[in-house]
Design a protein around this ligand. Sequence first.
Ligand code: FAD
Ligand code: NAI
Length: 468
Amino acid sequence: MPEKNYDVVVIGGGPGGYVAAIRAAQLGFKTACVEMRKTLGGTCLNVGCIPSKALLTSSEKFDEARNHLASHGVKIGSVELDLTAMLANKDKVVKDNVSGVEFLFKKNKIDWLRGKGRLVSATEVAVEGEGGTEVVGAKNIIIATGSDVTPLPGLTIDEKRVVSSTGALELSEVPKRLAVIGGGVIGLELGSVWSRLGAEVTVIEFLDRILPGMDGEVSKQMQRILSKQGLSFRLGTKVTGAKAGKGAIALTVEPAQGGAAETVEAEVVLVAIGRRPYTDGLGLEAAGVEKDAKGRVKIDKHWRTNVPSIYAIGDVVEGPMLAHKAEDEGVAVAELIAGQHPHVNYDAVPSVVYTWPEVAQVGRTEEQLKAEGIQYKAGKFPFSANGRARALHMTDGFVKVLADARTDRVLGVHIIGANAGDLIAELGLAMEFGASSEDIARTCHAHPTLNEAVKEAALAVEGRALHI
Ligand code: FAD
Ligand code: NAI
């Protein structure tokens, strides 16, 4: 019998795990969270969402000062980059956030078991820490071990010249040329950061489009917008080899469907071709926990593995690899353990790309609706016709509302535009309440705001937008 026993032991202190731990503690459970990093917060706070958004914000400010403030009548002379200070700011933002989670653990009386967690049985977890191994008992175990970078065969990530997102968050100088392999979310966000800071960025994408999970029209327009910002794209292209020279790395690329090989040279190569579930050394076999065909921990629709006392959430299970999805699952599992009846509506999980302008979506794309044979109406409104966007000089992009042709229920919304990531919240709420496009169109929206474009797009579903 272990000496320490808990109601709930969470393995992994990322947004899925730490939120599950907080909710479990709120519900009165004796709770521990096992985390092997030196700080809490997981991928998201340490090397993901938070540091990338810090650099995106700082590089946006640099770009704004250099290229856009003059058009507002603000003269500031020459603008210089202090990369060391920019990186230090990012590190401080991370530090403040991760120590915030540690504070929340103390406040909620959650034990942080420092070390690597391994399942020993259905109710025991071994924690391998600096001082040795301790086995703790757990009535319920929540696996929240997240994900890790998918490697590209033939390219060794050294986090200096060939980097993953983690290395791309701390390059000590701006590379002259940056090759980004993968035109997904990480590629475009971190590609944008270094492009704004002066690198020539080439995005090499296997498919014939960027942002494959997003609405096709959004992908096309974003590619145009990012190209205008200076990023180059090689779509339908695969990397077949890499040779590191003294100064640059030479990537051999070929058309994805086969054809003549060419060379793309860059001082730094960012590998951003997706992430894979992380279960290394977790002892799934010892506890008899099954994985699915994609290597994720297999769960039922209540996040239960095949072992009744063990649950799994976040990036390590199916579904979009997003922090807010992991958090909502964390809350749901804690409530489930408490005998409640939680629900996560996967149809209303928003997704945001923090480029400039931002891209945001919730619900289904036009391609998905067509594939599912659902009749829909689309209403679209461009930011170029929105007064606030004009005042902000941020007129790129549009709002597109997709509504069921028969019932008018909103099925999906797609936005490219300034603050799209904030604008999408109203649509997530609308979808949670089963709103129709008419509900949004008849809701009074403050003037002058970017949100008025949302209302106008909803009006456009019935062909009655007012300002276009
Ligand atoms: P993780 O955050 O990966 O946390 C898992 C934790 O478990 C880690 O800290 C790990 O050390 C620990 N762990 C693993 N195994 C063990 C073990 N055996 N014992 C002890 N500890 C263990 N998502 C968004 O929603 N918005 C964004 O803007 C965004 N930006 C991103 C930017 C980048 C560069 C990256 C890489 C990701 C980004 N994501 C973003 C995705 C987001 O980070 C993940 O979806 C989220 O972190 C998943 O949370 P999680 O709790 O499932 O796993
Ligand atoms: P991704 O899945 O978004 O994009 C990977 C891209 O690489 C795809 O376009 C894919 O077609 C392409 N690709 C795959 N293999 C390739 C190859 N061999 N050669 C060239 N291209 C190839 O994955 P990414 O960008 O690595 O991000 C990982 C995860 O992190 C995502 O699932 C995302 O949800 C999450 N994330 C979320 C963010 C956000 O919410 N803003 C920001 C950053 C990451």
